[in-house]
Design a protein. Sequence first.
Length: 301
Amino acid sequence: MIGTTCTSLDRDDLFTGYVRDSLSPEDRDAFEAHFFTCEACFEKLQILQALQAQLRSRPAETPSARTMPAGWWRWALVPAAAGLLLAAAVALWPTGPAPARPESTTAESPRQRPGAELPAAPIPRPDSPAQRQPAPVAPGPTVPAAKPPAPPREVTLAVLARVEPPLYVPLSLRGPRDKASDLFQAAMRKYESGDYAGAVSDLSAASRLSANLPHVSFFLAICHLLTDQIDVAVEGLQATIALGNSPYLEEAHYYLAKARLRQGDLTAARTELRLTIERRGQLEAEARRLLAQVEALLRER
């Protein structure tokens, strides 16, 4: 134990009273304030507390053991103190170079001993995890992903040439109603229901009765386009454009471009799209988008 001149170190009643929790609150507080600053008393108290815990963990003693004289723990303290002092010395001693590691006394495996024969590897059972799992494969060189092929030109043209039926807004026709007007109204009812082939019959009859009507000429050409009569549709849209300024002039140029795309004529489609843009109408934005795609296809040629 560390040498000291502390007067409390020899007061066994103070230590045992603290361990047994029999001190008055004032004495306990004063002793705690002391041993936290006195290394010798703190060390002695730790030994005594460890001894008390060890004694409590043992089976109950015989009646004669409870009549031990005062100061009995001094003799029992010697072996416990020796062990605790050794542990405290190791913990408090200044850190120095680590001692050499003692030679291991464990048996070396055959892989460690030179010349030793390796035991045969156990053969896994057919249902063992080692048999079920495939052997790891070493990763190969990283191969960059192949660039997807460009879509065929025919597919692209088919997408660009897709036609949505233009909206029909009923006209307020002036003058007396005639047979041509009735046929046109009947045809447009079929048109709005999706019966484009049925509308062709009535529109053709109305066109024969009253030639040079832009609304009849335009929707007749659109019905031909929607029923895959492309060449006839081109002629009808050109006839509508030839009639000059009308509410259908911009749409006639735009859908004529679609018909040219259906024919695979990119150059003629580009011309009609430019004419559509010049009208500065409702189809200008769509015509510009379509024109950019057509010019991209022309550059690929």
